[in-house]
Write a protein that binds this ligand. Sequence first.
Ligand SMILES: [Zn+2]
Length: 313
Amino acid sequence: MKKIFKIIFSLAVVCIIFFFFHSQIEQVFFSLENKYLPCSRPITYSIGSFDDRFGISKDEFIKVVNTGEMVWEKAINKDLFIYKSDGSGVLKINLIYDIRQEATEKLKEIGITVNDTKASYDELKLKYNIMQTDYFNSKKSFELQINLLQNRQNAYEKEVSYLNENGGASKKEFDRLNTEKRALEVEFIEINKLQTQLNFDVDNINSLAIVLNRLILSLNIEVNKFNTIGDQLGGEFEEGTYKEDAISREIDIYQFDNIGKLARVLTHEFGHALGLGHLESPESVMYRLNNGVNEKLTIEDILALKKRCELAL
Ligand SMILES: [Zn+2]
């Protein structure tokens, strides 16, 4: 009797643990399976966080994700991933809106389109240099003007308080000071406009710097990173990342210029999810930089997948 009670109690404990930690347990199980029995069962995936500021609907996004999935599956004619619309997928795909996409959009607003080509990079670099020179000139003149204005304001206030302490102003003095007061107000409105324009310029220059830094990385150009004005933005710029630990697997997408590029990033990250590392050849989808234009797998990609899935080469 005691024994039966013990068994029931143990089972209950196991059930409770499973109830509270089933998603973590599932993740650990999948990690082990992925490690020791790769490609044996399709990896389930769902959309995690989705930001609609990218201007792509969730349905469209899922379609592109599906394209990325199919690229691998067609290569070896095997189900490698399964989409779970109820959100229960082990692998979460997140569309995260951040400064990179914001910068691209901001440039679009002022009529600058970005392409992932060296020519586009050179053109943007030229614009960056011109805008930066203009900005520093305007800033210098702004600082000069604001200094002059501040001196005028101080002189005005000094005179007003002197007259107040010495029995007030004559009609003539009063009229002159009133005129000066109004003139100062107009000047301050103008200088505020200038300040707003300068802030706008800074935003655009920073957007250019962010986009240029991304291009340096994706085109593999050997130059120093562009500085932004004001706060420094560190870190590497990637369009997407794959991360995996004991309890979660995630693909984060940060930036894309067009659907073709998005599909390619997703295919690359799906490759990582399958356990593939980076490949040497720049044409490969699994090359460390997303600089290719086609989203087809190269022989090198296919061989890596076959090796990973323990299929005949
Ligand atoms: Zn990668």
